[in-house]
Ligand binder design. Sequence first.
Ligand SMILES: C[C@@](CO)(OP(=O)(O)O)[C@H](O)COP(=O)(O)OP(=O)(O)OC[C@H]1O[C@@H](n2ccc(N)nc2=O)[C@H](O)[C@@H]1O
Ligand SMILES: Nc1ncnc2c1ncn2[C@@H]1O[C@H](COP(=O)(O)OP(=O)(O)O)[C@@H](O)[C@H]1O
Length: 287
Amino acid sequence: MPPIEVFAPAKVNLALHVTGRREDGYHLLDSLVAFAPFGDHLTLAPAPVLSLTVTGPEGAGVPEGPENLVLRAAALLPGGQGAAITLDKRLPAASGIGGGSSDAAAMLRGLALLRGASLPEDRGLELGADVPMCLDPRPARVRGIGEDIAPVTLPPLPAVLVNPRVSVPTPAVFKALTARDNPPMAPIPGFASTTDCIDWLAGQRNDLEAPAKAIAPGIAAALSALATLPGCGLARMSGSGATCFGLFATLTEAETAFTHLRATRPEWWSACGALGDQRTLSQARRA
Ligand SMILES: C[C@@](CO)(OP(=O)(O)O)[C@H](O)COP(=O)(O)OP(=O)(O)OC[C@H]1O[C@@H](n2ccc(N)nc2=O)[C@H](O)[C@@H]1O
Ligand SMILES: Nc1ncnc2c1ncn2[C@@H]1O[C@H](COP(=O)(O)OP(=O)(O)O)[C@@H](O)[C@H]1O
């Protein structure tokens, strides 16, 4: 049987409001997410047992053992059939763009096809708060801790992403918040254009940006590098950081800005593409 290939796109929190805290310490969020046309790649070849090999430019330091979210995802689906999994890491780990969560979601989609199994009832929430939204990688307003997902329609959002190569652990950023009961996002209107959407987003926030910047000052440098690129309409951090994104009215403007940024900051991880709906690209398929 030919191997199965699955794409795990980067997740971007276009806005992320922290609106409260549950009794178990998890924070309540109100977030608008979209997905990038770049990300990690998984290959699942039928095999007698389950094994994982991590490759790719961002693979260094990503665990190959049972703590990898890909193997934890595999353990959730019934069916004894093994698989030789290759995870081609292109997204920096622990960087606010959901790499591990998107890998776990891609693994669930791939194994569902390989084993003919159905997806777990909690849609992978037990693996991480971001996994359910990554299972269906389309623009959505996400509430609760990540389980309450409402798809939304957004125009394509040409973006440049940059990671200044600083690592900020998610729990530390939540812990450093000074206010946990902030106002939710405004109601999401219909957008006539990309510029319309960028203007609306500028009135929203990422409440994790200030605590993350306090932990890792390199984030401020990434944000100002993005904000000063010609045509950048909004620069903001994604998730708990440290990856930041800049939004542009057109893909041509974003690509020109990306070429400039990559030349001036070759030591940073960066990528460019239109954020939006990546369901088609992310479908598990036989090679
Ligand atoms: C902040 C967000 C926004 O989308 O993205 P990332 O920065 O991870 O990309 C997510 O909520 C992260 O989701 P995920 O990375 O899956 O987090 P989990 O593994 O479930 O949680 C890691 C830790 O972060 C804290 N945490 C996480 C989510 C949440 N709503 N409240 C929290 O307080 C908790 O301390 C938890 O133990
Ligand atoms: N497949 C995976 N890819 C990346 N990191 C993983 C993976 N599986 C487990 N991890 C661990 O999870 C942590 C968080 O990674 P990740 O999900 O990429 O963070 P974030 O959601 O902040 O982008 C990392 O520090 C890493 O050790």
